[in-house]
Write a protein that binds this ligand. Structure first.
Ligand code: DLL
Length: 433
């Protein structure tokens, strides 16, 4: 169901007029209230008055994660803290977290966007939403919580973790919608088997999974194990949290970006040049309705593609392809560029392997090496050693043929690779140490 028919199915022309109006307001706001933006715009010889068409957005400078760090914690807020009713933060890999803030109206906007998101993903009033995204500074838990309440669903605010209890609650409460990271959905599926709870005993119908990259093959596995439709949701704290884009349950083909609130661009990550629809590059977002913490041309480092063709669900907003990786995720191993998601797709398309893997990159002398550890299923594991060796060689052969890189594959016993409650960490790069 389309939650907000008027805005989600707006004809392009009207949508663009609305975007321009909102963009100008946002640019005026940040220029007048945030010294960082005033300085950056002055340097680029831009003023709010120079934004006359949507195309003029391209003349504004980018905002990077380092700009948030430099203005830590509240330096990019447009309002004093007493107008800010909520703070969230995402933990970076180094140092201080990235801090974001919301006014009362921002929380309302976000909740409506999340009601839209849930509805687009196939949830509705009357559903029991088991929300296993982490509650706290992470935007996942509370973002989904407010959206599910707004939708009129019954929220179970269980947060991540305590997996066996989650399975019990899922059965006893008759949860119909599961929200968590795709890796945690797999952990839950495994715990169901351990607890002897078959998918038929559950009422689960839909899963809305995101916050980390996952492949199409992973979707198929999760859908089969849980007996549900699984859709991909994309979000990022700096832009709002979850609620930026989501697949519709009707097509499950690309994520609808809520363009009446966010203007997406794809740029060449090396030159910063905007790229046309269809080309792969780095996603950049400008928020056009946020009050406390708007961002102008925020570089996400996420790699995707935009496509404008209308969707059969009736929504007119542009779609983004599922994120295939991050510009800072790319592994370069002996000169070959490789994204973890490419290995994931390849592994999960092979018989006998489970969707639990770990990539370890090392430097031996001057040589980079890649080790791929992957669990096999019980059947393969109970096979003769010889069978395992043959399978190992087969996986190595596939990686070499398809991705052009020699890797050492180690098949490991079921349930030996770490499980995750939130975002998975599947790469250990020992070269940096
Ligand atoms: O992960 C917000 C969120 C919560 C999204 C719940 C979806 C569901 P951050 O912690 O700021 O925010 O992390 C943002 O996570 O730049 C991507 O690299 C990655 N990411 C988020 N969604 C997806 C997805 C939340 N569907 C970072 N596919 C982003 C791939 C994703 N990567």
């Amino acid at each position: 169901m389309i939650w907000d028919e008027e805005f989600e199915s707006m004809p392009r022309e009207a949508l663009e007029a609305l975007q321009l109006y909102r963009l100008r307001k946002t640019v005026e706001r940040v220029y007048a209230t945030v010294p960082f933006y005033k300085e950056a715009f002055d340097k680029a010889k831009m003023t709010p008055a120079k934004i006359r068409t949507l195309d003029d957005l391209k003349r504004l400078p980018f905002t990077n994660k380092t700009d948030l760090r430099d203005n830590y914690p509240f330096g990019l807020f447009t309002l004093p803290l007493h107008e800010v009713v909520r703070i969230h933060a995402s933990s970076g890999t180094t140092g201080k977290p990235t801090v974001v803030g919301y006014t009362r109206r921002d929380i309302d906007t976000w909740s409506s966007l999340m009601a839209r998101t849930l509805s687009c993903g196939g949830a509705k009033k009357g559903d029991v939403v088991q929300n296993a995204y982490g509650y706290g500074l992470f935007t996942g838990g509370l973002g989904f919580h407010y959206g599910a309440e707004k939708l009129g669903a019954t929220v179970v605010p269980v947060s991540g973790g305590n997996t066996r209890r989650q399975v019990m609650l899922m059965e006893d409460f008759g949860s119909t919608v599961l929200t968590c990271t795709p890796s945690y959905a797999l952990t839950l599926a495994e715990a169901m088997v351990e607890a002897g709870v078959s998918k038929e005993r559950l009422k689960l119908r839909v899963g809305i999974f995101g916050a980390e990259p996952w492949s199409q093959s992973m979707r198929q596995q999760v859908e089969a194990k849980l007996g549900i439709d699984a859709v991909d949701i994309y979000g990022i704290s700096e832009v709002i949290g979850p609620g930026v884009a989501v697949e519709c349950i009707e097509a499950k083909n690309g994520l609808h970006i809520f363009e009446d609130h966010f203007i997406p661009e794809i740029i060449d990550p090396d030159t910063g040049e905007p790229l046309p629809y269809g080309e792969e590059g780095e996603l950049v977002f400008t928020t056009i309705t946020k009050e406390a913490f708007p961002v102008i041309r925020y570089r996400t480092k996420d790699i995707s593609r935009l496509f404008p063709e209308p969707c059969r669900c009736g929504r007119t907003h542009v779609r983004m392809e599922r994120v295939s990786g991050r510009t800072d995720d790319m592994l370069i191993i002996r000169g070959v560029n490789l994204f973890p998601s490419q290995i994931e797709s390849l592994l999960l398309d092979m018989e006998g392997l489970e969707p639990h893997y770990l990539l370890i990159v090392r430097r031996e002398g001057t040589m980079d090496t890649l080790e791929v550890q992957i669990e096999v299923n019980e059947r393969v594991f109970s096979d003769e050693i010889k069978g395992l060796e043959v399978l190992e060689k087969r996986v190595e052969g596939q990686i070499k043929d398809i991705l052009g890189i020699s890797a050492k594959v180690r098949l490991v016993e079921p349930k030996t690779i770490q499980r995750f409650e939130g975002k998975a960490r599947r790469v250990i790069d020992e070269r940096k140490i």
